[in-house]
Design a protein around this ligand. Structure first.
Ligand code: SAJ
Length: 403
């Protein structure tokens, strides 16, 4: 099956790489974003986000004439909705961007078109959008194809994973599933697994909730081990020698815009049933609070012992190792809390993957480690593994750098 024209709505972390990939497979892509600056940047063959190999993919797609960005959609054969689904107060998912995208393409839809949602969405969203489309355009009922197909790429490896990861594709009916599989098979080399829309929606949420629950288990162990005077890193390494045990690593909490967010999409719709999933979110959030308390206690103890305030190095702000992304970062939350609780203290804030920050004054990791009395390891960046600590320095290693 060959599609003449694709409209992608949303040119962010997933929408732009997906658009470039489709375009570089010889399919014309009209990418839509509400942000005019983003649109202008892309039309110059440039990019507005950090992701390896994305720059060359976008430049090629634009200069070959297969990708063009715009603030408005045009008539096409396939519509891909790749907009964010944030959450509102009380951790309820907000699907208003998906609704707005659907409204924008509503007048353009015609017989035989394919409409696919990729945005992380609560169960039932694809069916809800189908009902909305059919209520506004009843003549299209049964004449268009609708499906849900989540992405599962890891930031930092998006261009590779978009092609090689398996994907789950769920249509609102069998024809929609098959039509979508035919579409993705033009540019995905991973296996394409057919299902229905509700299962595909739940599958995305399940993947991230599963990782959240597993990390919560590791974080809970770290709290127990701290009280029991056991090295949690050694414990996990030993437990993982069992052929059927594979415990993840504790850290200072769970961040990013996926794992720390998606489980709430399940909890908010099924609060009575999702006990472990909800509790995992609580454990992982509590871990960040606990780390901040540990830092405060170490400072107070130092002051009692030395009759002066300590200099504290807070090492890392990103939400995971070796990236520059600070969104929903537990390390950033801890740094903010520690500084708020005692803004008279002397702090060195370190984040080797960014040059400057609008709130924090950054210090190089070498200078921070050289001058600090207390070194707090919040993120396991590679640089930190080679730092030279002094003998009398107090070290709080929340992420296993020194394990
Ligand atoms: N973390 C730990 N301990 C671990 C592993 C991770 O504390 O053993 C923490 C990290 O430090 C970070 C958070 O978890 O704060 C999330 O990091 P991550 O590397 O687990 O995941 P993300 O958010 O970068 O990407 C996830 C991926 N999902 C899964 O692995 C199930 C990715 O495949 C998804 O596409 C992405 O979410 C998404 O967009 O949903």
């Amino acid at each position: 099956m060959s599609q003449n024209k694709v409209v992608t709505i949303g040119l962010g972390y997933i929408g732009l790489p997906t658009s470039a990939l489709i375009a570089n497979n010889g399919i014309y892509v009209h990418g839509v974003d509400v942000n005019k600056q983003v649109v202008d940047t892309i039309n110059q063959g440039k990019i507005h986000i950090v992701e390896p190999s994305l720059d060359t993919a976008v430049a090629k797609a634009v200069f070959d004439g297969y990708l063009r960005a715009d603030t408005k959609p045009i008539e096409a054969d396939v519509y891909l909705v790749v907009v964010p689904t944030p959450f509102k107060a009380k951790n309820e998912p907000d699907i208003s961007f998906v609704q707005a995208a659907t409204k924008a393409i509503l007048p353009l839809l015609k017989n035989g078109d394919l409409y696919i949602i990729e945005s992380t969405s609560p169960v039932g969203t694809t069916e809800k959008m189908m009902q909305y489309i059919y209520s506004e355009r009843p003549e299209l009922e049964g004449k268009i194809y609708l499906a849900y197909c989540p992405e599962r790429v890891l930031p930092g490896n998006v261009m590779h994973e978009l092609v090689h990861n398996d994907r789950v594709i769920g249509g609102v009916n069998e024809e929609s599933t098959q039509k979508s599989i035919a579409f993705y098979s033009q540019f995905v080399k991973g296996e394409l697994h057919p299902t229905n829309a509700r299962t595909a929606e739940m599958c995305k949420l399940t993947e991230n909730a599963s990782r959240d629950v597993q990390i919560a288990f590791a974080n809970e162990l770290s709290l127990i081990c701290d009280k029991a005077s056991i090295n949690v890193w050694e414990l996990i390494e030993l437990a993982n020698k069992h052929p059927r045990v594979n415990i993840l690593q504790p850290g200072c909490g769970v961040g990013g815009h996926c794992i720390a967010v998606d489980p709430y999409f399940i909890v908010s719709d099924y609060p009575m049933e999702s006990k472990i999933i909800g509790m995992a979110r609580e454990v992982n959030n509590y871990k960040s609070f606990w780390c901040a308390e540990k830092i405060q206690n170490a400072k107070l103890q130092f002051e009692l012992d030395n009759k002066r305030k300590p200099k504290v190095a807070l090492m890392g702000l990103a939400f995971k190792p070796n990236i520059d992304d600070l969104r929903e970062s537990p390390a950033k939350y801890i740094a903010q809390k520690v500084l708020q609780d005692d803004n008279n203290g002397e702090y060195f804030i370190v984040e080797p993957n960014i040059d400057s920050h609008n709130v924090f004054k950054l210090t190089s990791y070498k200078e921070a480690v050289e001058k600090a009395d207390i070194v707090v390891l919040l993120v396991a960046h590679d640089e930190f593994k080679y730092m030279k600590l002094k003998e009398n320095q107090i070290v709080l290693d929340f992420c296993g750098v020194l394990k």
